[in-house]
Write a protein that binds this ligand. Structure first.
Ligand SMILES: CC(C)(COP(=O)(O)OP(=O)(O)OC[C@H]1O[C@@H](n2cnc3c(N)ncnc32)[C@H](O)[C@@H]1OP(=O)(O)O)[C@@H](O)C(=O)NCCC(=O)NCCS
Length: 212
């Protein structure tokens, strides 16, 4: 069967939340399965990287689906400062109430506790150099959907939607350990904006201008 009959790209619906959180977990360790890192809270990553996009900008949330269910998503935020302000005011308060700030030395925190720390001290990174790229996005596909051109199609779809809403550019962050994603984004015309080195490898920010 042709690929376009197997996989369908559509706008996300509220009922996709659990499946999208699962895709996030199964790709959350620099592109690989992070389940073993989050035995105590499989929703931790999704609560940071998926939930706010579905809730706050559902018109820019798209899922890839096949007969087994949702197997990928691309999630956009049109204006990053506005999105981060809404996360701060609307999304994070209930999570902070449910997950107290972790105490004790960071080396002893679980991976979930490191995410809880981010609920309280979010890494809202938007320096002046990113101003030409005010939108941002996340994309993840399960292994069965990878390497078939869907990542490119999903990125192009979201970038068209962002451009149609007047955005001049989009940025994203990825783990410095995720070489595959770095090559994918380069292929799609993204340039490196910034590299931040941390204990667990670091983060690379990339950006791409959008056609006006
Ligand atoms: C990274 C990811 C989004 C790429 O999507 P994909 O569907 O696998 O990639 P595609 O098949 O659409 O490839 C698109 C283009 O990128 C190229 N590409 C993809 N992976 C590549 C790699 N590792 N090296 C070089 N080029 C690569 C392809 O050759 C293709 O080029 P073409 O369109 O000119 O033929 C997907 O593999 C994924 O979700 N991986 C796991 C989660 C992840 O790492 N997400 C990113 C977190 S920041």
């Amino acid at each position: 069967m042709a690929d376009h009959e197997t996989f369908r790209l559509r706008r996300a619906r509220p009922g996709d939340r659990d499946a999208c959180y699962r895709v996030c977990l199964l790709t959350g360790d620099a592109g690989r399965d992070a389940s073993a890192l989050f035995p105590d809270d499989p929703d931790a990553l999704g609560n940071l990287f998926v939930g706010p996009y579905l809730a706050l900008e559902p018109e820019l949330a798209f899922v890839l689906e096949d007969d087994e269910g949702v197997c990928g998503y691309v999630l956009g935020a049109l204006d990053t400062p506005t999105f981060y302000r809404r996360m701060e005011e609307e999304w994070l308060p209930p999570l902070r109430a449910r997950h107290p700030r972790p105490v004790g030395p960071r080396e002893q925190w679980t991976e979930a506790q490191k995410i809880y720390h981010e609920f309280h001290e979010p890494d809202f990174h938007f320096p002046p150099a990113f101003a030409p790229y005010p939108s941002h996005l996340h994309i993840d596909l399960l292994p069965r959907a990878q390497g078939r051109g869907w990542g490119r199609r999903m990125m192009e779809h979201l970038m068209r939607e962002l451009a149609a809403r007047g955005s001049p550019g989009v940025h994203l962050g990825l783990s410095a350990r995720n070489d595959r994603a770095w090559r994918f984004y380069r292929k799609l015309g993204f340039e490196e904006l910034e590299r931040i080195t941390t204990d667990d490898g670091g983060v690379i920010y990339m950006g791409r201008r959008l056609p006006v």
